[in-house]
Ligand binder design. Structure first.
Ligand SMILES: Cc1cc2nc3c(=O)[nH]c(=O)nc-3n(C[C@H](O)[C@H](O)[C@H](O)COP(=O)(O)OP(=O)(O)OC[C@H]3O[C@@H](n4cnc5c(N)ncnc54)[C@H](O)[C@@H]3O)c2cc1C
Length: 390
């Protein structure tokens, strides 16, 4: 078997790319997605907090998310198969970034960038916050930034399966195997060796392997500065009723949002504890020692809560600047990257899928100019700083 385009990794980014490529009228080739684990048990996609926001500090990230929410709102037009639309359950609820006096300048700077990109976002004073969210403790706050439209959360697994199913209906082949190594001759990848022993000659290779992307790149002699970083998520119930609760981002970096009958929450570990990892053990002390006190201080009703379950997943962290690395490495013409999403790859998957389909078909970005997210800045060690990292 040989293929025109080989996509390594069939979770949300790989499957979104497969869908957009198979939908490109100008692309006629054969697409093969190789995914090592069709249960997706350990994929970031299945373990994610599944939320989308427009409140970033770089125009590229804002535009990627704006594309994402338009896509989510019209999923019926994109991903319907045999009359069935995937139940992605998009809840358009907004993010609320809270700031103390110390964080006010950053909130204002971000606000200007966001407004220039037509983000539907409002700055609220503590009095406005209190009247809109009476359950919130605003004593230490100077302001809050609330997304009015386009932001929210969804069922990540359903979106990924929707992309996969639609891609298959358009002729994309999925194969269960691990890509062990890529064979490179000079400036080209010529084939991929699978765990089944099969060698697949290929035209273009797309690296959508999440935290597996670094090892895959290495087999082609490319150093990708992406490492797994553990993030734990906790689901709790509480008798507190938080009317109109958005995704709240506390000044400490802790977040919480409604989920079903309860709430999800999380926080990044301290930098000393945020090291490369390969296990999926939940960092329970984060909840007891760090999160719960923050939650109870921010929402007095959360003093009484019951932790119901928790899980941990891996961010594919770009160690340079916590932003995606998109497109070809300058040394290899037919090897495209979509890696290093560092915690925002779910919401960016539709736009990234579209962008990569354009790179394959036309050799350039057409819908969104994402050159700033290319390899150049990585090789020049010129980070594209995103301030609003959650
Ligand atoms: C706890 C947590 C919370 C998050 N919250 C959010 C959020 O709220 N919003 C948001 O936008 N993003 C969030 N993210 C990030 C988001 O989930 C990821 O950026 C996104 O899912 C990445 O998708 P992916 O397809 O690139 O990678 P993954 O979902 O990790 O998939 C990679 C796939 O590649 C396969 N693979 C790897 N190596 C190989 C190989 N050699 N051969 C074959 N297959 C291979 C794997 O089996 C896997 O299925 C979160 C992530 C985590 C861990």
């Amino acid at each position: 078997m040989q293929t025109d385009v080989l996509i390594v990794g069939g979770a949300v980014v790989g499957s979104a790319t497969a869908y957009f490529l198979a939908s490109q009228p100008s692309f006629q080739g054969k697409i093969l997605v190789v995914e090592q684990d069709p249960t997706y048990e350990k994929s970031a996609t299945a373990l994610s907090a599944a939320s989308i926001r427009h409140q970033f500090s770089t125009p590229e990230n804002i535009r990627l998310s704006q594309f994402g929410s338009s896509f989510l709102k019209s999923v019926d037009q994109h991903l319907c198969v045999d009359g069935e639309v995937p139940a992605i359950g998009f809840k358009e609820r907004g993010y609320l970034f809270l700031a103390t006096a110390q964080g006010l300048d950053i909130l204002h700077t971000n606000h200007h960038i966001q407004r220039a990109e037509n983000v539907d976002v409002s700055l609220l004073t503590p009095t406005q916050l209190q009247s809109r969210f009476p359950w919130l403790n605003v004593n230490d706050l100077a302001a809050g930034s609330l997304g009015n439209t386009g932001e929210g959360w969804l069922d990540a697994y359903a979106l990924m399966q929707g992309f996969r199913r639609k891609s298959q209906s358009l002729g994309v082949q999925y194969r269960q195997a691990r890509v062990e190594a890529l064979h490179r001759e000079g400036r080209r990848i010529t084939s991929a060796r699978l765990s089944t022993g099969e060698v697949i000659p290929c035209g273009t290779v797309i690296n959508a392997a999440g935290t597996g992307a670094t090892q895959l790149a290495q087999t082609a002699g490319i150093v990708l500065p992406v490492q797994a970083r553990k993030r734990s998520i906790f689901f709790f119930t509480s008798s507190a009723r938080l009317m109109g609760c958005p995704m709240v981002i506390d000044p400490t970096g802790a977040y919480f949002r409604p989920e079903g009958e309860g709430y999800l929450c999380g926080i990044a570990p301290s930098p000393e504890q945020d090291t490369a990892c390969d296990d999926f053990e939940v960092q329970h002390s984060l909840f007891e020692d760090v999160l719960w006190p923050i939650l109870a201080a921010r929402v007095p009703g959360f003093e009484a809560l019951r932790l119901q379950r928790s899980w941990a997943g891996h961010y594919d962290m770009n160690l340079l600047d916590q932003n995606a690395i998109l497109g070809a490495h300058p040394d290899v013409d037919n090897f495209l990257f979509a890696n290093g999403f560092s915690g925002h790859g779910l919401q960016h998957a539709p736009a990234v899928g579209c962008a990569l389909s354009e790179l394959v078909t036309f050799g350039e970005f057409r819908t969104l100019n994402l050159d700033a997210l290319g390899w150049r800045r990585v090789l020049d060690a010129q980070p594209l700083r995103e301030i609003n990292v959650v």
